[in-house]
Design a protein around this ligand. Structure first.
Ligand SMILES: [Zn+2]
Length: 439
Protein backbone atom coordinates (compact mmCIF):
# COMPACT_ATOMS: atom_id res chain seq x y z
CA UNK A 1 0.00 0.00 0.00
CA UNK A 2 1.08 3.55 -0.58
CA UNK A 3 2.73 5.18 2.44
CA UNK A 4 0.68 8.30 3.22
CA UNK A 5 3.56 10.25 4.79
CA UNK A 6 5.97 9.86 1.88
CA UNK A 7 3.14 10.44 -0.57
CA UNK A 8 2.45 13.78 1.20
CA UNK A 9 6.15 14.64 0.92
CA UNK A 10 6.04 13.84 -2.78
CA UNK A 11 3.00 16.11 -3.27
CA UNK A 12 4.85 18.85 -1.40
CA UNK A 13 7.97 18.44 -3.57
CA UNK A 14 5.82 18.64 -6.71
CA UNK A 15 4.12 21.81 -5.41
CA UNK A 16 7.53 23.38 -4.79
CA UNK A 17 8.96 22.12 -8.11
CA UNK A 18 11.76 20.59 -6.02
CA UNK A 19 13.12 18.02 -8.48
CA UNK A 20 15.67 16.44 -6.11
CA UNK A 21 12.99 15.72 -3.55
CA UNK A 22 10.54 14.55 -6.18
CA UNK A 23 12.95 11.74 -7.09
CA UNK A 24 13.85 10.87 -3.49
CA UNK A 25 10.23 10.68 -2.30
CA UNK A 26 8.96 9.04 -5.49
CA UNK A 27 11.49 6.20 -5.23
CA UNK A 28 10.63 5.71 -1.57
CA UNK A 29 6.87 5.65 -2.17
CA UNK A 30 7.32 3.20 -5.06
CA UNK A 31 9.69 0.81 -3.25
CA UNK A 32 7.66 0.84 -0.01
CA UNK A 33 4.49 0.06 -2.00
CA UNK A 34 6.31 -2.89 -3.61
CA UNK A 35 5.97 -1.33 -7.08
CA UNK A 36 7.82 -2.88 -10.00
CA UNK A 37 7.90 0.15 -12.31
CA UNK A 38 7.66 3.93 -12.28
CA UNK A 39 6.19 5.80 -15.26
CA UNK A 40 6.82 9.53 -15.68
CA UNK A 41 4.67 10.63 -18.58
CA UNK A 42 3.74 13.82 -20.38
CA UNK A 43 0.15 14.01 -21.69
CA UNK A 44 -1.38 16.73 -23.84
CA UNK A 45 -2.18 19.24 -21.11
CA UNK A 46 -0.47 17.92 -17.99
CA UNK A 47 1.98 15.24 -16.84
CA UNK A 48 1.58 12.37 -14.44
CA UNK A 49 3.52 9.78 -12.46
CA UNK A 50 2.17 6.27 -12.19
CA UNK A 51 3.56 3.19 -10.45
CA UNK A 52 2.82 -0.45 -11.14
CA UNK A 53 1.73 -2.38 -8.05
CA UNK A 54 0.85 -6.09 -8.30
CA UNK A 55 0.79 -5.77 -12.07
CA UNK A 56 -1.63 -2.82 -12.25
CA UNK A 57 -0.73 0.84 -12.86
CA UNK A 58 -1.84 3.38 -10.30
CA UNK A 59 -1.64 7.16 -10.63
CA UNK A 60 0.42 8.81 -7.87
CA UNK A 61 0.53 12.46 -8.79
CA UNK A 62 -0.09 14.96 -11.59
CA UNK A 63 2.05 18.00 -12.31
CA UNK A 64 2.16 20.86 -14.81
CA UNK A 65 4.03 20.46 -18.09
CA UNK A 66 6.63 23.13 -17.34
CA UNK A 67 8.10 20.94 -14.57
CA UNK A 68 8.55 17.95 -16.87
CA UNK A 69 11.64 19.13 -18.68
CA UNK A 70 13.61 19.66 -15.45
CA UNK A 71 12.57 16.25 -14.13
CA UNK A 72 13.76 14.46 -17.26
CA UNK A 73 17.01 16.42 -17.62
CA UNK A 74 17.83 15.98 -13.94
CA UNK A 75 17.48 12.22 -14.29
CA UNK A 76 19.54 12.11 -17.48
CA UNK A 77 22.38 14.09 -15.91
CA UNK A 78 22.34 12.12 -12.64
CA UNK A 79 22.40 8.80 -14.50
CA UNK A 80 25.62 9.78 -16.22
CA UNK A 81 24.61 7.48 -19.08
CA UNK A 82 22.08 9.54 -20.99
CA UNK A 83 22.65 12.64 -23.13
CA UNK A 84 20.50 15.49 -21.82
CA UNK A 85 20.45 17.28 -25.16
CA UNK A 86 19.32 14.20 -27.09
CA UNK A 87 15.53 14.13 -27.12
CA UNK A 88 14.82 12.40 -30.43
CA UNK A 89 15.85 8.81 -29.76
CA UNK A 90 15.21 6.42 -26.84
CA UNK A 91 18.01 6.13 -24.28
CA UNK A 92 18.85 3.55 -21.60
CA UNK A 93 20.56 3.77 -18.23
CA UNK A 94 21.21 1.58 -15.23
CA UNK A 95 21.43 3.38 -11.94
CA UNK A 96 21.91 2.33 -8.32
CA UNK A 97 20.15 4.31 -5.65
CA UNK A 98 19.06 4.27 -2.01
CA UNK A 99 15.57 5.13 -0.77
CA UNK A 100 14.84 7.43 2.18
CA UNK A 101 14.03 4.21 4.07
CA UNK A 102 17.60 2.99 3.36
CA UNK A 103 16.83 0.30 0.82
CA UNK A 104 19.35 -0.33 -1.92
CA UNK A 105 17.81 -0.51 -5.35
CA UNK A 106 18.83 -0.75 -8.97
CA UNK A 107 16.89 1.11 -11.63
CA UNK A 108 16.76 0.20 -15.27
CA UNK A 109 15.58 3.33 -17.01
CA UNK A 110 14.47 4.05 -20.54
CA UNK A 111 13.31 7.26 -22.22
CA UNK A 112 10.91 7.34 -25.14
CA UNK A 113 10.32 10.46 -27.22
CA UNK A 114 6.50 10.72 -27.33
CA UNK A 115 4.56 13.38 -29.21
CA UNK A 116 4.20 15.34 -25.93
CA UNK A 117 7.88 15.20 -24.85
CA UNK A 118 9.86 12.29 -23.44
CA UNK A 119 8.42 9.52 -21.24
CA UNK A 120 10.71 8.04 -18.61
CA UNK A 121 10.06 4.51 -17.36
CA UNK A 122 12.09 2.96 -14.58
CA UNK A 123 12.06 -0.70 -13.63
CA UNK A 124 12.86 -1.18 -9.95
CA UNK A 125 15.07 -4.01 -8.76
CA UNK A 126 14.80 -4.05 -4.98
CA UNK A 127 18.06 -5.63 -3.80
CA UNK A 128 16.87 -5.94 -0.21
CA UNK A 129 14.07 -8.25 -1.30
CA UNK A 130 14.66 -11.82 -0.24
CA UNK A 131 14.05 -14.66 -2.67
CA UNK A 132 11.17 -16.69 -1.20
CA UNK A 133 11.55 -20.48 -1.03
CA UNK A 134 9.98 -22.42 -3.92
CA UNK A 135 7.19 -23.69 -1.68
CA UNK A 136 5.84 -20.17 -1.25
CA UNK A 137 5.45 -19.22 -4.88
CA UNK A 138 2.14 -21.01 -5.47
CA UNK A 139 3.39 -24.24 -7.04
CA UNK A 140 0.73 -26.82 -6.10
CA UNK A 141 -0.52 -30.33 -6.81
CA UNK A 142 1.25 -32.36 -9.46
CA UNK A 143 3.32 -29.29 -10.45
CA UNK A 144 4.98 -29.46 -7.06
CA UNK A 145 5.92 -33.13 -7.49
CA UNK A 146 7.23 -32.46 -10.99
CA UNK A 147 9.50 -29.56 -10.09
CA UNK A 148 11.02 -31.13 -7.00
CA UNK A 149 11.66 -34.35 -8.92
CA UNK A 150 13.42 -32.47 -11.72
CA UNK A 151 15.60 -30.48 -9.33
CA UNK A 152 17.14 -33.77 -8.20
CA UNK A 153 18.27 -34.78 -11.72
CA UNK A 154 22.00 -34.41 -12.44
CA UNK A 155 21.67 -33.35 -16.07
CA UNK A 156 19.29 -31.92 -18.64
CA UNK A 157 17.64 -28.57 -19.34
CA UNK A 158 14.98 -26.85 -17.23
CA UNK A 159 13.48 -23.89 -19.06
CA UNK A 160 11.27 -21.07 -17.79
CA UNK A 161 9.08 -19.06 -20.11
CA UNK A 162 6.91 -16.01 -19.63
CA UNK A 163 6.87 -12.31 -20.44
CA UNK A 164 8.65 -9.64 -18.39
CA UNK A 165 7.05 -9.28 -14.96
CA UNK A 166 5.71 -12.85 -14.98
CA UNK A 167 7.70 -13.88 -11.91
CA UNK A 168 10.05 -16.18 -13.81
CA UNK A 169 13.19 -14.49 -12.47
CA UNK A 170 12.15 -15.06 -8.85
CA UNK A 171 11.25 -18.67 -9.61
CA UNK A 172 14.57 -19.27 -11.32
CA UNK A 173 16.46 -17.86 -8.33
CA UNK A 174 14.31 -19.94 -5.97
CA UNK A 175 15.26 -23.07 -7.99
CA UNK A 176 18.95 -22.17 -7.80
CA UNK A 177 18.62 -21.56 -4.10
CA UNK A 178 17.09 -25.02 -3.71
CA UNK A 179 19.94 -26.80 -5.52
CA UNK A 180 22.61 -24.62 -3.94
CA UNK A 181 24.63 -26.85 -1.60
CA UNK A 182 28.33 -27.05 -0.78
CA UNK A 183 28.57 -30.26 -2.82
CA UNK A 184 27.90 -28.68 -6.20
CA UNK A 185 29.52 -25.95 -8.27
CA UNK A 186 26.92 -23.58 -9.71
CA UNK A 187 27.85 -21.01 -12.35
CA UNK A 188 25.40 -18.41 -13.65
CA UNK A 189 25.61 -16.08 -16.65
CA UNK A 190 23.31 -13.15 -16.08
CA UNK A 191 22.43 -9.83 -17.63
CA UNK A 192 22.05 -8.11 -15.25
CA UNK A 193 22.91 -9.95 -12.02
CA UNK A 194 19.69 -9.09 -10.19
CA UNK A 195 20.27 -10.92 -6.98
CA UNK A 196 23.59 -11.84 -5.46
CA UNK A 197 23.38 -15.24 -3.79
CA UNK A 198 25.96 -16.78 -1.47
CA UNK A 199 27.48 -19.99 -2.82
CA UNK A 200 26.88 -19.21 -6.49
CA UNK A 201 29.52 -18.14 -9.01
CA UNK A 202 27.60 -15.41 -10.79
CA UNK A 203 29.01 -13.71 -13.87
CA UNK A 204 27.79 -10.54 -15.51
CA UNK A 205 27.55 -10.93 -19.30
CA UNK A 206 29.28 -8.21 -21.34
CA UNK A 207 28.16 -8.74 -24.93
CA UNK A 208 29.86 -5.45 -25.93
CA UNK A 209 33.30 -6.97 -25.28
CA UNK A 210 32.53 -10.44 -26.58
CA UNK A 211 31.45 -12.10 -23.31
CA UNK A 212 28.14 -13.46 -24.62
CA UNK A 213 25.84 -16.11 -23.13
CA UNK A 214 27.20 -18.69 -25.58
CA UNK A 215 30.84 -17.79 -24.84
CA UNK A 216 30.09 -17.89 -21.15
CA UNK A 217 28.70 -21.41 -21.36
CA UNK A 218 31.58 -22.57 -23.52
CA UNK A 219 34.20 -21.25 -21.09
CA UNK A 220 32.14 -22.36 -18.12
CA UNK A 221 32.54 -25.99 -19.03
CA UNK A 222 36.22 -25.60 -18.10
CA UNK A 223 35.27 -24.26 -14.66
CA UNK A 224 34.20 -27.75 -13.57
CA UNK A 225 30.52 -26.90 -13.02
CA UNK A 226 27.68 -29.22 -11.98
CA UNK A 227 24.89 -26.76 -12.58
CA UNK A 228 24.77 -23.77 -14.92
CA UNK A 229 22.26 -21.03 -15.44
CA UNK A 230 22.23 -18.93 -18.56
CA UNK A 231 19.86 -15.98 -18.35
CA UNK A 232 18.27 -16.28 -21.73
CA UNK A 233 18.42 -18.42 -24.86
CA UNK A 234 17.75 -16.16 -27.79
CA UNK A 235 20.09 -17.42 -30.47
CA UNK A 236 21.17 -20.69 -31.99
CA UNK A 237 24.66 -20.56 -30.53
CA UNK A 238 23.43 -20.28 -26.94
CA UNK A 239 20.89 -23.05 -27.49
CA UNK A 240 23.62 -25.30 -28.96
CA UNK A 241 25.89 -24.65 -25.98
CA UNK A 242 23.07 -25.23 -23.48
CA UNK A 243 22.23 -28.54 -25.18
CA UNK A 244 25.86 -29.59 -25.31
CA UNK A 245 26.29 -28.80 -21.62
CA UNK A 246 23.16 -30.83 -20.79
CA UNK A 247 24.42 -33.76 -22.87
CA UNK A 248 27.78 -33.72 -21.12
CA UNK A 249 26.27 -34.26 -17.69
CA UNK A 250 25.25 -30.80 -16.45
CA UNK A 251 21.97 -29.46 -15.19
CA UNK A 252 21.19 -26.27 -17.11
CA UNK A 253 18.60 -23.63 -16.23
CA UNK A 254 17.51 -20.93 -18.64
CA UNK A 255 14.63 -18.83 -19.95
CA UNK A 256 13.11 -18.33 -23.39
CA UNK A 257 10.71 -15.66 -24.55
CA UNK A 258 7.57 -17.60 -25.38
CA UNK A 259 4.07 -17.55 -23.95
CA UNK A 260 3.59 -21.20 -23.15
CA UNK A 261 5.52 -24.40 -22.67
CA UNK A 262 4.25 -25.87 -25.95
CA UNK A 263 5.20 -22.77 -27.94
CA UNK A 264 8.73 -23.37 -26.71
CA UNK A 265 8.93 -26.50 -28.88
CA UNK A 266 8.26 -24.43 -31.99
CA UNK A 267 10.69 -21.74 -30.86
CA UNK A 268 13.48 -24.25 -30.31
CA UNK A 269 12.85 -25.82 -33.73
CA UNK A 270 13.05 -22.37 -35.27
CA UNK A 271 16.51 -22.02 -33.72
CA UNK A 272 17.43 -25.09 -35.79
CA UNK A 273 17.35 -27.71 -33.05
CA UNK A 274 16.30 -31.17 -34.26
CA UNK A 275 13.68 -33.27 -32.41
CA UNK A 276 16.29 -35.80 -31.25
CA UNK A 277 18.31 -33.00 -29.64
CA UNK A 278 15.24 -31.73 -27.81
CA UNK A 279 14.39 -35.24 -26.64
CA UNK A 280 17.94 -35.86 -25.50
CA UNK A 281 18.25 -32.72 -23.41
CA UNK A 282 14.90 -31.25 -22.28
CA UNK A 283 13.63 -32.27 -18.85
CA UNK A 284 11.02 -29.68 -18.03
CA UNK A 285 9.54 -26.49 -19.47
CA UNK A 286 7.65 -24.18 -17.13
CA UNK A 287 5.53 -21.13 -17.85
CA UNK A 288 4.49 -18.60 -15.25
CA UNK A 289 2.22 -15.58 -14.74
CA UNK A 290 1.70 -13.55 -11.59
CA UNK A 291 -1.90 -12.86 -10.65
CA UNK A 292 -3.41 -10.94 -7.75
CA UNK A 293 -4.84 -12.71 -4.71
CA UNK A 294 -8.27 -11.69 -3.42
CA UNK A 295 -8.11 -9.72 -0.19
CA UNK A 296 -8.72 -12.16 2.65
CA UNK A 297 -10.04 -9.45 4.91
CA UNK A 298 -13.00 -8.31 2.80
CA UNK A 299 -13.68 -11.27 0.51
CA UNK A 300 -17.28 -12.32 -0.05
CA UNK A 301 -18.93 -15.10 -1.99
CA UNK A 302 -20.47 -14.15 -5.29
CA UNK A 303 -22.23 -15.89 -8.18
CA UNK A 304 -20.54 -16.12 -11.57
CA UNK A 305 -23.35 -18.11 -13.19
CA UNK A 306 -23.80 -15.59 -16.02
CA UNK A 307 -20.12 -14.85 -16.58
CA UNK A 308 -18.97 -16.39 -19.90
CA UNK A 309 -15.55 -16.95 -18.33
CA UNK A 310 -17.16 -19.41 -15.93
CA UNK A 311 -17.96 -21.61 -18.92
CA UNK A 312 -14.33 -21.43 -20.11
CA UNK A 313 -13.12 -22.33 -16.65
CA UNK A 314 -15.25 -25.46 -16.49
CA UNK A 315 -14.32 -26.31 -20.05
CA UNK A 316 -10.60 -26.30 -19.15
CA UNK A 317 -11.13 -29.68 -17.45
CA UNK A 318 -12.54 -31.24 -20.60
CA UNK A 319 -10.38 -34.21 -21.63
CA UNK A 320 -8.69 -34.30 -18.22
CA UNK A 321 -8.50 -38.04 -17.48
CA UNK A 322 -10.82 -38.81 -14.57
CA UNK A 323 -8.34 -40.53 -12.29
CA UNK A 324 -5.68 -37.85 -12.86
CA UNK A 325 -8.22 -35.12 -12.06
CA UNK A 326 -9.27 -36.81 -8.83
CA UNK A 327 -5.65 -37.08 -7.75
CA UNK A 328 -4.97 -33.45 -8.62
CA UNK A 329 -7.94 -32.18 -6.60
CA UNK A 330 -6.88 -34.29 -3.64
CA UNK A 331 -3.25 -33.20 -3.73
CA UNK A 332 -4.28 -29.52 -3.84
CA UNK A 333 -6.34 -29.90 -0.70
CA UNK A 334 -9.58 -28.79 -2.38
CA UNK A 335 -12.49 -29.94 -0.21
CA UNK A 336 -15.99 -31.12 -1.12
CA UNK A 337 -17.54 -27.76 -0.18
CA UNK A 338 -15.17 -25.81 -2.46
CA UNK A 339 -15.82 -28.18 -5.36
CA UNK A 340 -19.54 -28.03 -4.85
CA UNK A 341 -19.57 -24.22 -4.59
CA UNK A 342 -17.76 -23.85 -7.87
CA UNK A 343 -18.96 -26.72 -10.02
CA UNK A 344 -22.62 -26.94 -8.98
CA UNK A 345 -23.40 -23.48 -7.64
CA UNK A 346 -21.09 -21.24 -9.71
CA UNK A 347 -19.98 -19.43 -6.54
CA UNK A 348 -16.50 -17.95 -6.12
CA UNK A 349 -14.86 -15.51 -3.69
CA UNK A 350 -13.97 -11.99 -4.63
CA UNK A 351 -12.90 -8.90 -2.65
CA UNK A 352 -15.57 -6.35 -1.74
CA UNK A 353 -13.40 -3.42 -0.66
CA UNK A 354 -15.59 -3.06 2.45
CA UNK A 355 -14.61 -3.99 5.96
CA UNK A 356 -16.95 -6.85 6.95
CA UNK A 357 -17.81 -5.27 10.31
CA UNK A 358 -17.65 -1.50 9.93
CA UNK A 359 -18.72 -1.54 6.25
CA UNK A 360 -16.14 1.20 5.73
CA UNK A 361 -13.26 1.05 3.25
CA UNK A 362 -11.20 -2.14 3.80
CA UNK A 363 -7.99 -1.17 5.58
CA UNK A 364 -6.04 -4.07 4.08
CA UNK A 365 -6.61 -3.53 0.33
CA UNK A 366 -8.20 -0.08 0.08
CA UNK A 367 -10.87 -0.42 -2.59
CA UNK A 368 -8.68 -2.64 -4.73
CA UNK A 369 -10.20 -6.01 -3.67
CA UNK A 370 -6.82 -7.68 -4.00
CA UNK A 371 -3.77 -8.06 -1.77
CA UNK A 372 -0.48 -9.61 -2.88
CA UNK A 373 0.17 -11.94 -5.75
CA UNK A 374 0.57 -15.63 -6.45
CA UNK A 375 2.06 -17.45 -9.44
CA UNK A 376 0.16 -19.48 -12.00
CA UNK A 377 2.36 -22.32 -13.17
CA UNK A 378 2.34 -24.55 -16.20
CA UNK A 379 4.70 -27.50 -16.38
CA UNK A 380 5.40 -29.64 -19.37
CA UNK A 381 7.21 -32.68 -18.10
CA UNK A 382 9.16 -34.37 -20.91
CA UNK A 383 7.85 -37.86 -20.26
CA UNK A 384 8.71 -40.83 -22.46
CA UNK A 385 5.33 -40.49 -24.17
CA UNK A 386 6.01 -36.87 -25.08
CA UNK A 387 9.54 -37.66 -26.22
CA UNK A 388 8.21 -40.41 -28.48
CA UNK A 389 5.67 -38.06 -29.98
CA UNK A 390 8.37 -35.50 -30.72
CA UNK A 391 10.57 -38.17 -32.33
CA UNK A 392 7.55 -39.17 -34.45
CA UNK A 393 7.43 -35.62 -35.72
CA UNK A 394 4.19 -34.65 -33.95
CA UNK A 395 3.40 -30.94 -33.76
CA UNK A 396 3.47 -28.90 -30.56
CA UNK A 397 -0.35 -28.82 -30.61
CA UNK A 398 -0.62 -32.59 -30.70
CA UNK A 399 1.94 -32.93 -27.94
CA UNK A 400 0.12 -30.36 -25.81
CA UNK A 401 -3.26 -31.97 -26.27
CA UNK A 402 -1.99 -35.41 -25.17
CA UNK A 403 -0.17 -33.84 -22.22
CA UNK A 404 -3.39 -32.06 -21.17
CA UNK A 405 -5.31 -35.32 -21.38
CA UNK A 406 -2.77 -36.98 -19.11
CA UNK A 407 -3.30 -34.23 -16.57
CA UNK A 408 -0.70 -31.58 -17.41
CA UNK A 409 -1.51 -28.43 -15.48
CA UNK A 410 -1.41 -25.47 -17.81
CA UNK A 411 -1.76 -21.84 -16.74
CA UNK A 412 -5.53 -21.93 -17.20
CA UNK A 413 -6.10 -25.08 -15.17
CA UNK A 414 -3.81 -23.84 -12.40
CA UNK A 415 -5.81 -20.60 -12.35
CA UNK A 416 -9.15 -22.41 -12.15
CA UNK A 417 -7.92 -24.53 -9.24
CA UNK A 418 -6.85 -21.33 -7.49
CA UNK A 419 -10.30 -19.82 -8.07
CA UNK A 420 -11.89 -22.94 -6.57
CA UNK A 421 -9.56 -22.57 -3.58
CA UNK A 422 -10.82 -18.99 -3.00
CA UNK A 423 -7.43 -17.50 -3.84
CA UNK A 424 -8.31 -15.44 -6.89
CA UNK A 425 -11.08 -14.53 -9.35
CA UNK A 426 -12.13 -15.44 -12.89
CA UNK A 427 -11.40 -11.85 -13.88
CA UNK A 428 -7.82 -12.06 -12.72
CA UNK A 429 -7.04 -15.48 -14.25
CA UNK A 430 -8.46 -14.60 -17.66
CA UNK A 431 -6.68 -11.27 -17.68
CA UNK A 432 -3.46 -13.25 -18.23
CA UNK A 433 -4.61 -16.56 -19.63
CA UNK A 434 -6.28 -17.13 -22.94
CA UNK A 435 -9.09 -19.67 -22.71
CA UNK A 436 -8.47 -22.75 -24.85
CA UNK A 437 -12.19 -22.83 -25.53
CA UNK A 438 -11.93 -19.41 -27.13
CA UNK A 439 -9.42 -20.34 -29.82
ZN1 LIG B 1 -9.87 -5.83 1.38
Amino acid sequence: MIDIDYKAKLDEAVLQSDVVNIFATLLTVAVEAGASDIHIEPLESYCRIRIRIDGILEELVQYPKNLHESIISKFKIESGQMRPDEKRVPQDARVSSVTLTNKEIDLRANTLPSVWWECLVMRIVDKSKKIPPLEQLGIEGSNKDIIFRHLEYPNGIILMTGPTGSGKTTTLYACLDYVNTTEVNIITYEDPVENKMAGLNQAQIRADIGFSFANGLRGGLRQDPDIMMVWEIRDRETLDMAMESAMTGHLVFSTVHTNSSSETITRVYNLWAKPYMLVGTFNLVMAERLIRRVCDHCKIQTSVKDDPKYKYAKESFRNFEKEALKKEILSRGIDQQQRNDFINNAMIYTGSGKDPITKEKCAVCGWTWYKGRVGLFEMMDYTDEIKNMLLDGKSSFEVESIALERGMINLERDGVFKIIKWMTTLEEVYRYVKAKFDK
